[in-house]
Design a protein around this ligand. Structure first.
Ligand code: GLN
Length: 278
């Protein structure tokens, strides 16, 4: 008896139990949609249909990659951030829900200013800067050290109907203008903690994760140069690790800390108008 789409979906959940844990049902649906070329609602209506061999073969290949430890986002080639679709692929950090805290806070502040120029430094997929441009009408500049990221960021800007300047730069080295806001999700994992990360995270680029021995290398480098690149009263907004707030305050002198939806410290906002020397 050939499988129906519904029974294949249930078998796929079982196949993904070890690799995906609590997300097995969700990931099974997403991989089924990938193999069948449909969305989740269509999948629901197709439950009683017989799955064709072509889709079965496609599904087997996708499931095998997932069982092998590849992140679902790379397999699907697309992931959602702030309600927008971003192309993702190996070599670029996958947009995370944690990072929506930074994007939301930045959008709120830019809207309050009625627009402005925003630099998304270490842009990766471009998800933060593109969301800010899309929702707050900001003029976005995206920069990264990785050519792979710059190519993808350009694709994602186009995909989301946003025009953005894209610059290759090692932090501020290739940036020569001023911005009303700088947003950055730099690598901030301690080098010694990398090997203990989930196997899926270890498939992501080290370049986007490793923040040096104490995880703070990039924050120290940003501290040296950020004021030159901000307009008067501009704001630097950083994603930080859940246990880095005190270190960030020590490096920058002051910072407003914002929590993510899990209640962890996640964003530091450094306002230059609080500086007497700004
Ligand atoms: N929050 C990410 C993780 O733990 C780290 C991202 C980063 O270093 N910027 O997977």
């Amino acid at each position: 008896m050939p499988d129906t789409i519904g029974s294949r979906r249930r078998k796929t959940i079982n196949a993904l139990k070890d690799a995906a844990g609590d997300d097995a049902a969700l990931e099974a649906r997403l991989l089924m949609c990938g193999a069948l070329g449909c969305d989740e609602l269509e999948l629901l209506f197709k439950e009683k249909e017989i799955i064709d061999t072509d889709a079965e073969e496609k599904l087997d290949a996708l499931v095998e990659r997932r069982i092998g430890g590849e992140p679902i986002q790379y397999i699907l080639g697309e992931w959602e951030f702030m309600g927008l679709a971003f192309t993702v692929r190996e070599g670029v950090l996958i947009p995370r829900q944690d990072t929506e805290t930074l994007a939301e806070e930045a959008i709120r502040r830019i809207k309050r200013l009625g627009g402005g120029r925003v630099l998304d430094m270490c842009c990766g997929t471009g998800c933060i800067g593109i969301s800010i441009a899309k929702y707050a009408g900001a003029e976005a500049t995206l920069c990264d050290i990785s050519d792979e990221c710059l190519k993808l960021a350009a694709e994602n800007a186009e995909k989301n109907g946003v025009s953005a300047r894209i610059i290759k730069s090692d932090l501020f080295d290739g940036v020569d203008e001023k911005f009303d806001m700088i947003v950055c999700n730099p690598p901030y994992i301690r080098s010694g903690d990398i090997s203990a990360l989930q196997r899926e995270v270890r498939r992501e680029p080290l370049l986007a994760l490793d923040g040096g021995v104490d995880g703070l290398n990039f924050y120290r480098r940003i501290k040296k140069d950020f004021k030159k690149r901000l307009t008067r009263g501009g704001t630097l907004m950083l994603e930080i690790g859940f246990d880095q707030a005190a270190d960030i305050r020590a490096i920058f002198g002051h910072a407003e800390i914002i929590k993510d939806i899990c209640g962890n410290d996640r964003v530091a906002a450094i306002d230059t108008k609080e500086d007497s020397d700004a």
